[in-house]
Design a protein around this ligand. Structure first.
Ligand SMILES: [Ca+2]
Ligand SMILES: [Ca+2]
Length: 219
């Protein structure tokens, strides 16, 4: 999950961005990524029962990271159990940095575009229990969307949409009830088209459909 708040220990500049990163070094402790105001990214290594400190063990991971306006670690996206990093540019391109097995990152792979429709993109860990990290994205109207990691370094639309399914089922029951009250057709349920989101909301985030643009599930 991304955060702009520094760790509670003193000495962390408020101008840096702090990204909880999971266990990048595979030592059983979660680590922290810090991007400073100049764009330098640094990995700070977690330790049991010790707060992160600016003087603690760390490794510089390179410069130029201020090219991104969102950095977040959803968990493992590649299927190797090691957490991976997602980075979004201000223009909406989404890049995946896979953990290289040594607590650093491989070269980025562009996995999407059009993500500028979201004002926040947050790695959420494994929400659906398949072992792969998942992502939450909030659009400018406050609607939250979920993207599931596919274990192959990318994101996919989820299966059962959880709360959203209940919403669709309620909408379907409501429409069926309305038809019956009006004496309309009562054909088998499977012959009807699934009820989509309310018309005023339908397709709001599906305009950039082509390629690997966002196509998440509203939750
Ligand atoms: Ca991984
Ligand atoms: Ca998952």
């Amino acid at each position: 999950m991304a955060t702009s708040h520094p760790p509670s220990a003193p000495g962390w500049p408020t101008t840096s961005r702090y990204v909880p990163a999971g266990d990048l070094t595979n030592d059983g402790n979660n680590d922290l990524l810090v991007r400073d105001a100049s764009g330098q990214l640094t990995r700070y290594d977690g330790a049991t029962n010790k707060p992160f400190a600016p003087s603690g063990p760390h490794l510089a991971l390179g410069a130029g990271w201020n090219a991104y306006d969102q950095l977040t670690v959803p968990g493992d996206l590649t299927g190797d159990t090691r957490p991976d990093l997602l980075a979004r540019t201000p223009s909406g391109d989404l890049y995946m940095y896979a953990d290289n097995g040594a607590g650093q990152f491989k070269d980025p792979v562009k996995i999407g575009f059009g993500w500028g429709i979201y004002n926040t993109v947050v790695g959420a860990g494994d929400l659906n229990g398949d072992g792969f990290g998942d992502l939450l994205a909030r659009d400018t109207s406050g609607v939250l969307w979920r993207y599931d990691g596919n274990g192959r370094g990318n994101l996919r639309r989820p299966g059962p949409p959880g709360r959203g399914l209940g919403h669709l089922q309620r909408a379907r029951r409501s429409r069926r009830h309305h038809r019956r009250r009006q004496g309309g057709p009562r054909g088998p349920r499977h012959r009807r088209r699934p009820v989509a989101l309310p018309r005023k909301r339908r397709g709001r985030l599906h305009r950039p459909r082509c390629g690997s643009a966002p196509a998440g599930r509203r939750i």
